[in-house]
Design a protein around this ligand. Structure first.
Ligand SMILES: C[S@@+](CC[C@H](N)C(=O)[O-])C[C@H]1O[C@@H](n2cnc3c(N)ncnc32)[C@H](O)[C@@H]1O
Length: 328
């Protein structure tokens, strides 16, 4: 297998990035490990030769007349580049940041994953609120989610963290099954311990970075609270969610949405990256990807509006809940 870096010319809008993702995803022999939401530059893992890649990626279905995407370079990555890419893709930075964030919360220091963290944009003390800290974008998301929940449903809390949201639902809906999935082992252990302490048998937390362990068409609702922006391939998560949901099932994304494009350099700032801000895209951009994958937008609620400052420039963002439904 080779790690291969692809760059493109003629990427003019978010639709071009979708078109690149769609074209590459048609081929089982190619796995996307990362796709830049700004330039469309993509890292793939494949056994295919350069000639086969060129052949498969010679045309793209753009979203409009302005789309004129062309594969520009195909570079096999050397071992140093692969190590740094694997660090990105194995989420080492995120795991480390959230392990430390959990330790700091347990030690009673603060609930926040970095200096530029979403948790700092809300004006209440998360340490005071609960012994199970919430690193959420939307603190009381569970109340909103419960308006969609019925007995016997199967739910996934993707990026479940300490289990804060899952517990609130599991305590009320004893006949609902909730699977929490989280990348950070310390978060998973903490949540499973808290579940045992509360004698809850309808919620389980599993270590993972995607929805692969969940059978297709098995879930009624997947929600994710302050996690979506951390994902290196959002399109894949949306596609996987679609496959995992039953017909009529819901995907609820609670996160930060940008109101103007954020500069691409902000993604190399670990505090903004792990803080769940640098990966923010506009609500319309995300809703558009979801619609292309077969979802229908059912609701969008703005919970908070604020600005961040980067290199002395202010950028407006909003915290929101985007609700999508898989069509029957
Ligand atoms: C900001 S915290 C939010 C936790 C929880 N949803 C909450 O509201 O408190 C982000 C969580 O997402 C997890 N995470 C990040 N990337 C992930 C991925 N690819 N798959 C699963 N979990 C991920 C992190 O380990 C962390 O626990």
């Amino acid at each position: 297998m080779n790690y291969i870096s692809l760059t493109f010319d003629g990427v003019s809008c978010p639709g071009c990035i979708n078109a690149i993702d769609h074209q590459i995803s048609k081929y089982d022999e190619i796995e996307i490990t990362n796709i830049s939401q700004n330039s469309g530059d993509t890292i793939i893992v494949t056994k295919l030769s350069r000639v086969s890649i060129l052949e498969k990626l010679k045309a793209f279905e753009g979203c409009c007349d302005a789309c004129n995407i062309e594969l520009s370079t195909i570079e096999i990555m050397d071992s140093n580049e692969i190590i740094s890419e694997e660090n990105n893709n194995n989420y080492e930075l995120i795991k480390k940041q959230y392990r430390i964030a959990l330790e700091r919360a347990i030690d009673g220091i603060e609930v926040s994953c970095s200096e530029n963290c979403v948790c700092k944009t809300t004006n209440f003390d998360r340490l005071e609120e609960s012994s199970i800290p919430s690193f959420a974008s939307v603190y009381d998301l569970s109340n909103y989610i419960m308006s969609y929940v019925k007995d016997e449903m199967n739910l996934v809390d993707f990026g479940s963290g300490t289990g804060h949201d899952a517990f609130q639902i599991a305590r009320i809906y004893k006949n609902v099954n909730i699977t929490g999935i989280d990348l950070t082992p310390e978060m998973v252990n903490f949540a499973n311990e808290k579940s045992k302490d509360q004698l809850l048998t309808n919620v389980i937390f599993i270590e993972g970075s995607d929805l692969a362990i969940i059978p297709h068409k098995s879930q009624d609702l997947i929600y994710t609270n302050n996690v979506f922006n951390l994902l290196p391939n959002k399109n894949k998560f949306i596609r996987d969610s679609y496959q995992t949901l039953k017909a009529g099932g819901y995907l609820i994304i609670a996160d930060e949405f940008s109101k103007v494009a954020l500069p691409s350099e902000i993604d190399s700032d670990p505090a903004f990256r792990c803080g769940g801000i640098s990966g923010a895209q506009s609500k319309d951009f995300i809703a558009n990807i979801c619609t292309n994958e077969g979802f229908k937008q059912k609701d969008f609620q703005i919970i908070n509006q604020y600005e961040i400052e980067y290199n002395k420039v202010k950028f407006p963002l909003e915290t929101g809940i985007l609700v999508l439904q898989k069509q029957y």
